[in-house]
Design a protein around this ligand. Structure first.
Ligand SMILES: [Zn+2]
Length: 488
């Protein structure tokens, strides 16, 4: 094998850079397929959502679904891309049992969306722009289902509209790849153009991974890992593949072991294995589909579709400005549309915005174990909102709030009923607290004198004594306030 330009023996692994580009297939949530009127519903009896067009019968002609175009325009607008007023459908020729026509209708030289960007945010407050080369419309294939002795083909999925979103090779680690995917996932959900359900395969990803010595600007052989459908697996698959390529380089067998190919990630073993050599686009013999005219977007449709809802970044900015919550907290919540809905509903139910963040992201999410989601949470957004309100208005302490939440996770009662039942109401009544304060001060006259002569640290001692005497039920803010006025 040829000599590589680097001697890695001295510096070790840190001298490699990882290069990742992602191709995401987002299934558009139109009611019908992209070129026929068959429904796109998931989980039907095999081969029932089919017709001559999506079965690829001779003579059947495709008709483009307008909603798929509309949703693509919204997406292009959201990622600050060029939406091409004219784009073209091509035939991508290959044979596979789940593709009865022998070609897939896709876009090649002129996609509907080009040159966009997605911004990922790091925990330290910095961010990075990831280029989106293109997003094109295409039809999904059917599904091969392999059983022990034979294989079945289900064509219900054939012809489902996909938006294939291709990033630039701008990602430098599996962490960045996951951040990009999560951002993209939330954007398509905010736009309501895809349900992006990863378990059902409506948001799946192929990762192109290569490495190179740091400082080198050429791209080395990339390997494609196909069909990843969970953030966790994507991360693991990339990490495994990067390690495999580094090991090959260090062992001097890079050019033998890292070849342009498609690999599959085995979720059981955590390894990738070779599936087939990667085809070049020339091998697909793309040509314009003679059954479909070029897509021309009329001006009025363009004007309508560029009006898009508030996106994660805008919402985040608004949360920081209007609600006064921390930037990091805002990015955690706005990353997930379910969290957004829950949080906004809590606030609508009287929760303080800042306190609400902790009670949602730390306390509630911490208590929702595996198998529970916000949709199935035993504590609704209304209840959590009310609980936060009761903490903010001093009815209960934060510590008592945790007890209330624990109880609510197991019992279907109202917040106020639980506070009553567990006897957690704080004493905020001035008279009752003053009574305790006076008692503490009169039995500690020596310390009062010391305090008044300048030993201000003793203030904490008095607070502690009052809290102790009230058995923790006194409202600490009130205790502080009343003590200060008593001690003059
Ligand atoms: Zn059909």
């Amino acid at each position: 094998m040829a000599l590589l330009p680097y001697d890695i023996s001295q510096e070790g692994r840190s001298m490699f850079e990882t290069i990742i580009g992602l191709e995401v297939h987002a299934q558009l949530n139109t009611n019908t397929k992209i070129f026929c009127s068959c429904p796109t519903s998931f989980g039907e009896e095999p081969n029932t959502n089919v017709c001559p067009v999506c079965l690829g019968l001779p003579g059947a002609l495709p008709v483009l679904n307008e909603n798929a175009v509309r949703k693509s325009i919204s997406f292009g607008t959201a990622i600050n891309a060029t939406v091409n007023k004219k784009s073209i459908f091509n035939r991508k020729n290959y044979f596979y049992p789940d593709l009865p026509k022998g070609y897939q209708i896709s876009q090649f030289e002129i996609p509907i969306v080009e040159n966009g960007e997605i911004i990922i945010d790091f925990e330290d407050g910095t961010s990075k722009k990831i280029g989106v080369t293109r997003a094109h419309l295409e039809e999904d294939a059917g599904k091969n289902i392999h059983e022990s002795a034979h294989s079945n083909v289900d064509l219900n999925r054939a012809g489902t509209p996909l938006l294939e979103i291709v990033s630039e090779p701008d990602l430098r680690s599996s962490d960045e790849a996951v951040m990009y995917l999560k951002k993209l996932h939330s954007i398509v959900r905010y736009l309501n153009i895809s349900d992006a359900n990863m378990q059902e395969g409506s948001f799946r990803c192929d990762a192109n991974v290569s490495i190179r010595p740091k400082g080198d600007d050429k791209l080395y052989t990339r390997v494609e890992i196909k069909n990843l459908n969970s953030f966790k697996f994507i991360q693991k698959a990339i990490d495994y593949e990067v390690q495999r390529q580094r090991d090959a380089w260090e062992d001097g067998v890079y050019e033998d072991e890292v070849v342009q190919e498609t690999r599959l990630f085995n979720t059981q073993t955590g390894q990738t294995r070779s599936m087939r050599g990667k085809e070049d686009s020339a091998e697909y013999r793309y040509f314009p589909d003679p059954d479909l005219l070029p897509v021309l977007i009329p001006d009025d449709m363009m004007e309508e579709c560029v009006k898009i809802p508030e996106l994660p970044d805008e919402k985040k900015e608004r949360y920081v400005k209007e609600l006064g919550i921390k930037e990091y907290d805002a990015s955690v919540i706005t990353a997930n549309l379910d969290l957004v809905k829950f949080y906004e509903d809590m606030i609508a139910n009287g929760a303080d915005a800042k306190l609400g963040v902790t009670w949602l992201t730390t306390e509630l999410l911490g208590r929702l174990g595996s198998g529970l989601s916000l949709q199935t949470s035993p504590v609704s957004s209304q209840k959590l909102g009310k609980l936060v309100r009761r903490i903010k208005d001093g009815t209960i302490s934060g510590k008592a709030g945790k007890e209330v939440l624990d109880f609510l996770m197991e019992n279907d009662l109202s917040v106020d009923e639980v506070i009553e039942k567990l006897g957690l109401k704080q004493v905020s009544d001035d008279g009752a607290i003053l009574e305790i304060i006076d008692e503490i001060l009169s039995s500690n006259e020596d310390k009062v004198a010391e305090y008044k002569s300048g030993k201000e640290k003793l203030f904490g001692f008095f607070v502690g004594q009052v809290m102790k005497a009230s058995k923790g039920s006194a409202n600490p803010a009130k205790v502080n306030e009343l003590l200060r006025s008593r001690l003059g």
